[in-house]
Write a protein that binds this ligand. Structure first.
Ligand SMILES: Cc1cc2nc3c(=O)[nH]c(=O)nc-3n(C[C@H](O)[C@H](O)[C@H](O)COP(=O)(O)O)c2cc1C
Length: 177
């Protein structure tokens, strides 16, 4: 499977390294696209080292890379998915390399979404509406967040799903073709 992994600027961005590592060890190819904010949490070099391919960021210099990455992918996954990028996806905004790449995915490609955020953010009606809207469009699969004590100290839903569960969702999407 050729997995395009989008990483956004949440505290759980480091867990995307585990997901990358798991996918590589399982024999998949991985390419990573990061938001500018995500690069403040984890350096692109970590992902480049794990997946053996340069990471696409807003600082990347090849103008058509977003199209090439979108065509390359069998399955896309965004983990962690911030409330901010979720909102952009629901509205069709493409103001960074990640949202532009996802918009360029060929029809029929499914994006696995791993939302992760503070419990109150997760429960916010706008966040829930955005998830429902994307679900209705039929081009994404949400792996719900876990309920636990979050980095902010709150106890409730909002923790990123386990990397193994995210990978299993990607593999299931791929096997359905
Ligand atoms: C320490 C810290 C942790 C954050 N964690 C999250 C998070 O887990 N989920 C989230 O939706 N936003 C989180 N944010 C807010 C996002 O970083 C912010 O909304 C940002 O604009 C997201 O940009 P992006 O979606 O382009 O990556 C966090 C911010 C800070 C400073």
């Amino acid at each position: 499977m050729k997995l395009l992994l989008g990483v956004t600027g949440g505290i759980a961005a480091y867990k995307a390294c585990d997901l990358t590592s798991l996918a590589i060890k399982a024999g998949h190819q991985v390419r990573v696209v990061m938001t500018r904010r995500a690069t403040q949490f984890v350096g692109p070099l970590s992902f480049a080292g794990l997946c053996g391919h340069p990471v696409l960021t807003d600082a990347s210099e090849h103008p058509m890379d977003h199209i090439e990455h979108a065509k390359w992918a069998d399955v896309a996954c965004v983990a962690p998915l911030t409330a901010n990028t979720l909102g952009k996806l629901a509205c069709g905004l493409c103001d960074d390399v990640l949202t532009t790449t996802l918009m360029a995915l060929p029809a029929g490609r499914i994006t696995v979404l791993g939302p992760a955020m503070n419990t109150e953010m997760w429960r916010h009606p706008v966040v829930q509406r955005n998830l429902q809207w994307l679900d209705a469009l039929g081009r994404s699969l949400v792996v719900p967040p876990s309920t636990k004590r979050l980095a902010c100290g709150d106890i409730g839903p909002g923790g990123l799903a386990e990397p193994a569960d995210l990978l299993a969702a990607c593999e299931a999407v791929f096997s359905k073709g």
